[in-house]
Write a protein that binds this ligand. Structure first.
Ligand code: PEP
Length: 254
């Protein structure tokens, strides 16, 4: 059994001004100080990254971004590069979130370029994959996951130092209040790990953390995390309130 330290990551989406985000990060840091054996990360909006970096300085909480552009610089209005995020203090970057894929038309090819850029700048990519409700109903879940993992990582040289994280986020469970059952999540995670084994080799697949995302809350996290291939959570709604997010980070104590 691999020793994969659970990662509890908060995706703050387009919520919180820089002032609010800095304040929330400060509160969270106070609430989770001293928690061991779990890593916490928050991903605020681009504009709030400096405020959150200041608030988290000297704490154990990691900082992430929600997206990036694959080029280092250039005429790409409204975008942010991996180099910019790294310089601003980010450790992680979420890539291919279902809202990016479905609301902004992000393709597997774009996701692949973004993962490559993150790796080139020492940012740990959190590669999001997951099926829609229609795909699940049609029995295509595992095929969708295979394609998203294979295309997302195609041609990249990934090592243990890359810090790659994969997040399984069934689209039908994101922000809907519907959570995958522990069995459904474990089945998908085991399948993703198998696929990662084909792409990266078994040792790296076994040490790669696979997070579950989709309506994770303080009331359901402990049960989900008993599954052997669930190595943490990517959390939207329940990460916005510092007290609720702190409860998630302390899931082992719940
Ligand atoms: C997410 O946005 O990654 C997510 C899982 O959202 P929620 O926890 O609100 O379902």
């Amino acid at each position: 059994m691999e020793n994969r330290t659970p990662l509890i990551a908060g995706n703050w989406k387009m919520y919180k001004t820089p002032t609010e985000a800095g304040e929330a990060a400060r509160k969270l840091a106070g609430l989770v100080a001293g928690v061991t054996g779990v890593e916490a990360m928050v991903a605020p909006a681009f504009v709030a990254i400096p405020a959150v970096a200041r608030a988290l300085s000297g704490t154990e909480i990691a900082l992430g971004a929600q997206n990036l552009h694959w080029e280092d610089q250039g005429a790409f209005t409204g975008e942010c590069s991996a180099a910019m995020l790294k310089d601003a203090g980010c450790d992680y970057v979420i890539i291919g979130h279902s809202e990016r894929r479905h609301l902004f038309g992000e393709t597997d090819e774009a996701v692949n370029k973004k993962v490559r850029a993150a790796l080139a700048h020492g940012l740990k990519p959190v590669l999001c994959v997951g099926e829609t409700e229609g795909e699940r109903d049609a029995g295509h879940t595992m095929d969708v996951l295979d394609v998203q993992v294979a295309r997302g990582l195609d041609g990249l040289s990934i090592t243990a130092e890359s810090g790659l994280v994969v997040a399984y986020e069934p689209v039908w469970a994101i922000g809907t209040g519907r959570t995958a059952t522990p069995d459904q999540a474990q089945e998908a995670h085991a399948h993703i790990r198998e696929k990662l084994g084909q792409v990266l080799g078994k040792p790296l697949a076994n040490s790669t953390r696979i997070l579950y995302g989709g309506s994770v809350k303080p009331g359901n996290i402990a049960e989900l995390m008993t599954e052997p291939d669930l190595d943490g959570a990517l959390v939207g709604g329940a990460s916005l309130d510092p007290a609720s997010f702190a409860d998630l980070v302390r899931f082992r104590a719940a």
